[in-house]
Design a protein around this ligand. Structure first.
Ligand code: NAD
Length: 308
C-alpha cells in the first residue's frame, strides 16, 4: 500500500480549493511552531513547508529557542489564534522536556487545531461527534462542501485519519475486522483505535507493557504499528493474509529510515503492507493540508455563507 498516489489526489483537491478561495480574496495559511534544537521534527517541517508551497498554502513559521518559557509559547499561540491569516496550527513534537505538551496544545483554538490534539478535539472524537468525517467511504470530497463542511467542529488527527483513508483507498473493509493497534499515544495509537472502533472494527490496543505482543498480533486481520521500534513485527507474529500498516519511523545513521515492521518476513504473509518510507508518511502531510483548507473554508462559510 503505497501512499503517494492517494497523497497526490488529496493534494490536488486541496490545491483546487485553495484556488477557489483565492478567487474570493482569501489566502489559506498554516502556522508551524517548532523548537530550533529539534532535528527529529526538522524533516517533517521541511516536507510540510514544501507541500504548502506546492498547494498554494502560505506557511507561517514560528521557530522558538529551546529555552523558550511556557508563557512565551502561549503568547505565540494566542496571537496565532487571533491571526485571520492562519487557519490551522501545527505544533511539531517533541517539545523541550520542561514544557508540558498538553498545556500547549490545549491553548490552540479548536477550529485551528488541525492535528486534533487539544482536549476538545480529542473529546469530540471519543464522543463520536467528529467521526462522521470518516464515515463517507470513498467519498471524502464531501468533506469540502455540503453539510459535512458546515458541521465539522473538530478535525481528526492527521496520521490516523490518513491511515483510515489509505486502508480504504485499497478497497479494504474495516467493519467487523479485528484490528490490533500497537501504541497508545494521543497523536497516533489512541485516536487510530477510536477511529477503527467508529468504523466498527473489533479493536485491541497493545503498548509497551503488553505481555506477549505476538499473541495479539497473530489474531489480527489488520495490524497498525505505531511504536517507533525497528523490527518489532516479524513474519511469525502475523496471520496469513493480514493487512499490515507500518506507521513507525526509525531513523538510523546516514538518514536511513525504517518502520516497525520487518518488511521482508512480513511481506511473505501479508495481503497488504505499507512500505516505510512511502506508505503512511506522504498521506499524513496531505491530510494536514486538507484539514487546513477545510478550516479556511469553514471559517469563510460561517462568516459569508453565500459566497462559496
Ligand atoms: P510515542 O513514543 O508517543 O508512542 C509510542 C507508543 O508505542 C507508546 O504508546 C508505547 O507504549 C508503544 N510502544 C513502545 N515500545 C513498544 C513495544 N516494544 N511494544 C509495544 N508497544 C510499544 O510515539 P508516537 O508519536 O505515537 O509515534 C509512534 C511512531 O510513529 C514513531 O516512530 C513516530 O516517528 C511515528 N510517526 C509516524 C508518522 C507518519 O506520518 N508516518 C506520524 C507520527 C508518528
Amino acid at each position: 500500500m503505497k501512499g503517494h498516489s492517494l497523497s497526490e489526489k488529496i493534494k490536488e483537491r486541496v490545491r483546487k480549493d485553495v484556488e477557489i478561495l483565492k478567487e474570493h480574496g482569501i489566502d489559506v495559511g498554516l502556522g508551524m511552531l517548532m523548537f530550533d534544537d529539534n532535528p527529529a521534527s526538522k524533516q517533517y517541517f521541511l516536507a510540510t513547508l514544501k507541500a504548502c508551497n506546492k498547494a498554494g498554502i502560505k506557511a507561517y513559521e514560528y521557530i522558538l529557542p529551546a529555552n523558550a518559557s511556557v508563557n512565551e509559547i502561549l503568547n505565540h499561540i494566542h496571537s496565532i489564534n487571533r491571526d485571520e491569516r492562519i487557519n490551522g496550527l501545527l505544533v511539531l513534537f517533541p517539545l523541550p522536556r520542561k514544557i508540558n505538551p498538553r498545556r500547549i496544545v490545549n491553548e490552540i483554538l479548536p477550529e485551528k487545531d488541525i492535528d486534533g490534539l487539544g482536549a476538545i478535539s480529542v473529546g469530540r472524537l471519543a464522543a463520536d461527534e467528529s467521526t462522521f468525517q470518516i464515515f463517507k467511504k470513498g467519498d471524502y470530497d464531501n468533506l469540502y462542501s455540503g453539510a459535512a463542511a458546515h458541521a465539522v467542529s473538530s478535525y481528526l488527527p492527521c496520521t490516523p485519519f490518513g491511515v483510515i483513508r489509505l486502508i480504504e483507498s485499497y478497497g479494504i473493509g474495516i467493519k467487523g475486522k479485528h484490528a490490533v493497534v500497537i501504541g497508545k499515544s494521543l497523536a497516533v495509537g489512541k485516536p487510530l483505535s477510536l477511529m477503527l472502533l467508529a468504523k466498527e472494527a473489533t479493536v485491541t490496543i497493545c503498548h509497551r507493557e503488553t505481555r506477549d505482543l505476538g499473541y495479539f498480533t497473530r489474531q489480527a486481520d489488520i495490524i497498525c504499528s505505531a511504536a517507533g521500534v525497528a523490527g518489532l513485527i516479524k513474519g511469525d507474529m502475523i496471520k496469513e493474509g493480514a493487512v499490515v500498516v507500518d506507521i513507525g519511523i526509525n531513523v538510523f545513521g546516514q538518514g536511513k529510515i525504517v518502520g516497525d515492521v520487518d518488511f521482508e518476513s512480513v511481506e511473505k504473509k501479508a495481503s497488504f503492507i505499507t512500505p516505510v518510507p512511502g506508505g503512511v508518511g506522504p498521506v499524513t502531510i496531505a491530510m494536514l493540508l486538507e484539514n487546513t483548507v477545510r478550516s479556511a473554508r469553514k471559517n469563510q462559510l460561517m462568516k459569508h455563507p453565500l459566497i462559496i
